[in-house]
Design a protein around this ligand. Structure first.
Ligand code: HEM
Length: 326
C-alpha cells in the first residue's frame, strides 16, 4: 500500500531530522540564525556583501557564522519537508476507507506544535524547557509514526504467545522508565550539564552532599538574555547529570530484564525484539559512558541521541505487539 511505503520512508526521514537537530544543538549552532523562519531575514544564509552590511545594522550584537547558520537552516528545511510528508500521510489516510483517521490527525497537529517549539527554541534563546520539549516532540513524532505504520499492518503474534503476554506489565513499566530517562537526557543536554561529572561511576568529589533537586528540576530559570551554554551553577548541573546517570542504572536493569525474559517467548518476532533490545541497551550505556570519558565528542553524542530514539522505537513495538490480540 502507498501509505505504508510513505510512512516507512517518513520514519527514516524523521530519524534523520532528529539527528540533524542533535547535531545542530551539539555544534552550538542552535542560534546560528537569530530569527525565524528566515536567517537574518533571508531564505538562505546571506553571503553577499550588501546583505552582510545590512545585517550589521539590523543585528548589531550578532556576528554571522556561516557554518552554524547553514546547519540551522538545513535543519529547518528538512523539518519543513517532514511536515509536508506528514500532511501527505494525513491526506492518504483520510482518502483510504480502512486507514485510521484520528492518529494521523494527531500526528499532523503534533508536527505543527513541533514547528512552533522550533521557533521558540530560537526566539527564547535556547531556554532549556523549550529545547527539551522540542527534543521530546521529535521523539514522540517518531514513536507515533511507528504506531501508525503498525496500525496499517495486520501484525499478529502467531498462536497468541501466552508466555509473552504475561510480560505486558513489565513492557509497559520499561517504556515509562525509558521515557523518564530520555527526558532526563534532554534536560542534561539542554542545561549543558554533560561535563558536570567527568569520573565514573557517578561523579567526582563530595557530590552526595551537594545535590540540589529543587533548583535542578525547576522548569523556569528566570530571565536571561540567552541560555546558550547554560545559566545554572555547578551544583545544580551536577544534580541533573547525576540524576541521568542514576536513572540510567534503573533503565538498564529494567530493559535488560525484559530483554532476557523475552528470550523464552514462543514467537520469533518477540524473541528477536528481545535480542535487539538487549543490544541497544548495551550500546546506549556504552555510548553514554564514552560521552563522559571522552569529553562529549560530537559523533558519540549524536549516536547517543540515535540510540535513545531506537530504544524508544523498539519498546513501542514490543508493547504494541504484546497488546495486539492473537
Ligand atoms: C540507559 C539508557 C540511556 C538513555 C536512554 C539515554 C538517553 C539520553 C538522551 C535522550 C540524551 C539527550 C541527547 C541529546 O540531547 O542529544 C542523553 C544525554 C546524555 N547522556 Fe544519556 N542515556 C542513557 C544512558 C547514559 C549513561 C549510562 C550515561 C553516562 C554514564 C549517559 C550520559 C549522558 C550525557 C553526558 C548526556 C549529555 C550529552 C549532551 O549534552 O548532549 N547516558 N542521554
Amino acid at each position: 500500500m502507498a501509505i505504508e511505503r510513505l510512512i516507512k520512508f517518513t520514519l527514516v526521514f524523521t530519524l534523520a531530522v532528529i539527528l540533524m537537530g542533535a547535531y545542530t544543538r551539539l555544534s552550538d549552532a542552535g542560534l546560528g540564525c537569530p530569527d525565524w523562519p528566515g536567517c537574518y531575514g533571508h531564505l538562505a544564509v546571506p553571503s553577499a556583501s550588501h546583505d552582510l552590511a545590512k545585517i550589521e545594522t539590523h543585528f548589531p550584537q550578532m556576528t554571522i557564522e556561516p557554518e552554524k547558520a547553514w546547519l540551522e537552516m538545513i535543519h529547518r528545511y528538512i523539518a519543513g519537508a517532514l511536515g509536508l510528508m506528514v500532511l501527505a500521510i494525513l491526506i492518504l489516510c483520510i482518502k483510504h476507507p480502512h486507514a485510521p483517521k484520528k492518529l494521523p490527525s494527531f500526528i499532523a497537529v503534533l508536527i505543527v506544535f513541533q514547528a512552533a517549539l522550533g521557533m521558540w527554541t530560537v526566539t527564547m534563546k535556547l531556554m532549556p524547557i523549550v529545547v527539551m520539549a522540542h527534543l521530546i516532540g521529535g521523539f514522540s513524532l517518531f514513536a507515533l509514526l511507528l504506531l501508525l505504520y503498525l496500525r496499517l499492518k495486520p501484525l499478529r503474534i502467531p498462536g497468541g504467545d501466552s508466555y509473552a503476554r504475561k510480560l505486558v506489565p513489565l513492557a509497559l513499566v520499561s517504556l515509562g522508565v525509558l521515557v523518564i530517562q530520555i527526558i532526563l537526557g534532554g534536560w542534561t543536554s539542554s542545561n549543558y550539564a554533560a561535563l558536570a561529572c567527568t569520573t565514573l561511576p557517578i561523579c567526582e568529589g563530595n557530590w552526595v552532599d551537594n545535590l540540589r533537586f529543587a533548583e535542578a528540576f525547576s522548569p523556569f530559570q528566570g530571565d536571561h538574555p540567552s541560555f546558550e551554554f547554560g545559566v545554572l551553577d555547578y551544583a545544580t548541573r551536577m544534580t541533573i547529570h547525576v540524576s541521568h546517570r542514576v536513572w540510567a542504572v534503573v533503565t538498564a536493569i529494567t530493559l535488560i530484564l525484559l530483554a532476557l525474559k523475552l528470550r523464552y517467548a514462543q514467537s520469533n518476532i518477540m524473541r528477536n525484539s528481545g535480542y535487539l533490545l538487549l543490544l541497544l541497551v548495551i550500546a546506549q550505556v556504552g555510548l553514554g559512558i564514552s560521552n563522559v570519558v571522552m569529553n562529549l565528542p560530537l559523533g558519540i553524542a549524536v549516536s547517543h541521541n540515535a540510540g535513545a530514539a531506537l530504544l524508544l522505537l523498539t519498546l513501542v513495538f514490543i508493547n504494541y505487539a504484546l497488546w495486539r490480540k492473537a
